[in-house]
Write a protein that binds this ligand. Structure first.
Ligand SMILES: [Zn+2]
Length: 238
């Protein structure tokens, strides 16, 4: 830690459960609760997709979500919405809390859902086991295990390279430059990224995205309209 790092003020106060802030305000134990399931709320699923409440009808085909068990690593799918469930393999109960962090936070959270650290928010000395982490703030001195995807915004900073994640996505509209080498299974660029990546699987550069720096991967997919200015090594699997 350096001198300019902000003090950790109040962990729990800075965490909000998505969409159900009002009810969850009374419960200071976010991330520890085994029974509280804000993500399972029907309205929240609808709003996440940007659809007005009234238009949700019976004809809507439910989304399918890829879920990775944080206990055993088994991957399976859930239809409809992300909610508390049992892992079909190890039979453990999997919590599906969703959280938004908007200021300094240090605590523990374990969920198959998504934790979002917004610009101005940070994780310090936190212990995070999540399905997805959307990081547009700072992370340091934390242990993180992301079972699916780490999404990075323009303000992502700190120990990003130490995050244990399967995939990394540079968010659409994000402008990010990072010094340390990022390692993951799949790397997807929807915004603008400059740095060094070592990817065991596929690197994807989406239309309108730009990837600069050094890339080592076994496969690379450059969509039309996507930019690439990098030293590229395609290693293959043999
Ligand atoms: Zn499991």
């Amino acid at each position: 830690m350096t001198a300019k790092d902000p003090l950790v003020i109040d962990g729990f106060a800075s965490v909000q459960a998505v969409r159900r802030t009002g009810k969850n305000k009374q419960d200071p134990h976010y991330g520890q609760s085994r029974t509280r399931l804000p993500a399972a709320h029907r309205d929240s699923a609808a709003k996440t997709k940007g659809m007005p409440r009234g238009k949700i009808g019976h004809t809507v085909i439910p989304d399918t979500f890829e879920i990775v068990c944080y206990e055993c690593g088994y991957t399976f799918t859930l239809r409809g919405r992300i909610q508390k469930t049992y892992c079909p393999k190890c039979r453990k109960i999997l919590v599906a809390d969703e959280q938004i962090i908007e200021s300094d936070w240090s605590g523990r959270v374990k969920t198959i859902g998504t934790v979002q650290v917004r610009n101005g928010g940070s994780l310090t000395k936190a212990h995070v086991v999540v399905g997805n982490l959307i990081l547009d703030g700072r992370i340091e001195d934390s242990t993180t295990k992301i079972c699916r995807r780490l999404e990075l915004g323009s303000h992502a900073s700190g120990d990003i390279a130490k995050i244990d994640t399967r995939d990394i996505l540079i968010r659409k509209g994000a402008e990010l430059s990072y010094r340390s080498k990022l390692r993951c299974e799949n790397f997807i660029v929807e915004g603008n990224f400059r740095g060094t990546v070592e990817v065991s699987g596929l690197v994807t550069v989406m239309p309108g995205a730009f990837l600069q720096g050094r890339v080592k991967a076994s496969r690379l997919l450059l969509h039309e309209g996507g930019g690439l200015k990098a030293t590229v090594k395609i290693a293959g699997t043999h």
